[in-house]
Design a protein around this ligand. Structure first.
Ligand SMILES: CC(C)(COP(=O)(O)OP(=O)(O)OC[C@H]1O[C@@H](n2cnc3c(N)ncnc32)[C@H](O)[C@@H]1OP(=O)(O)O)[C@@H](O)C(=O)NCCC(=O)NCCS
Length: 186
């Protein structure tokens, strides 16, 4: 095992509540992300239009992701939009981002949504590798105020077709095998 790395541990994915506001802000600020609007996003959570998921290791929040649920009145795809996927630097490359993504997809699937989309900067090689490696494909190019990017999408497999429906996580795969689980019902 490499010196200085955190010890192997279980990863739990759970829904965030308003009591997590401070820790969510601290997590975002630790990587220089703005926390403006975060408080307001809990209003969407309360209205059932968004879920904010947290990844916890040994009781410490190490990552988060948001999932907005969109059901167009006009019909068509019942779609979810994933945003703000973030893993604390010390805990990257251990499957936490993948776990958060899969839990967000499952939350969408459980609500009957048939696809998820997300936006990513063209220069974000880590995120692109993660998304393409987990089944996302190009949907359309995007132009953000700060530069070019892409909207990616993934068509969701209904849970009754996805075998056990359990999430598999390659956790601590370089050093040891370790379990992880959803703590909350998503
Ligand atoms: C992108 C991010 C969420 C990935 O989280 P993570 O926990 O490190 O991701 P995982 O461990 O699940 O990685 C799964 C796979 O994605 C790819 N990947 C992840 N980080 C990578 C990197 N820095 N370089 C290349 N590939 C990478 C790899 O294929 C990896 O599998 P491997 O470790 O077996 O090679 C994390 O780097 C992060 O928080 N970045 C800053 C915020 C951000 O850019 N968010 C995305 C906004 S669109």
């Amino acid at each position: 095992m490499m010196v200085g790395l955190p010890e192997p541990a279980e990863v739990y994915i759970r829904n965030a509540g308003r009591g997590d506001l401070a820790v969510l802000i601290a997590l975002r600020q630790s990587v220089g992300w703005s926390s403006g609007g975060i408080e307001g996003s809990f209003a969407l959570v309360d209205a059932g239009r968004q879920a904010i998921l947290l990844a916890e290791i040994n009781g410490r929040v190490v990552g988060s992701v948001a999932m907005s649920f969109q059901v167009p009145a006009s019909g068509g795809f019942r779609s979810g939009h994933i945003s703000d996927l973030l893993v604390a630097p010390l805990w990257r490359r251990r499957g936490v981002g993948t776990a958060l993504l899969q839990s967000a997809e499952r939350a969408a699937s459980d609500r009957g949504l048939t696809q998820v989309t997300l936006d990513v900067d063209a220069s974000n090689r880590a995120a692109l590798a993660l998304y393409f490696g987990t089944g996302y494909t190009h949907y359309r190019p995007a132009q953000f105020p700060w530069g070019p990017g892409y909207t990616l999408r993934k068509v969701l497999v209904p849970r009754h077709q996805s075998g056990s429906g359990r999430l598999l996580l390659r956790w601590w795969r370089r050093w040891s095998q370790g379990p992880w689980s959803d703590r909350a019902r998503l």
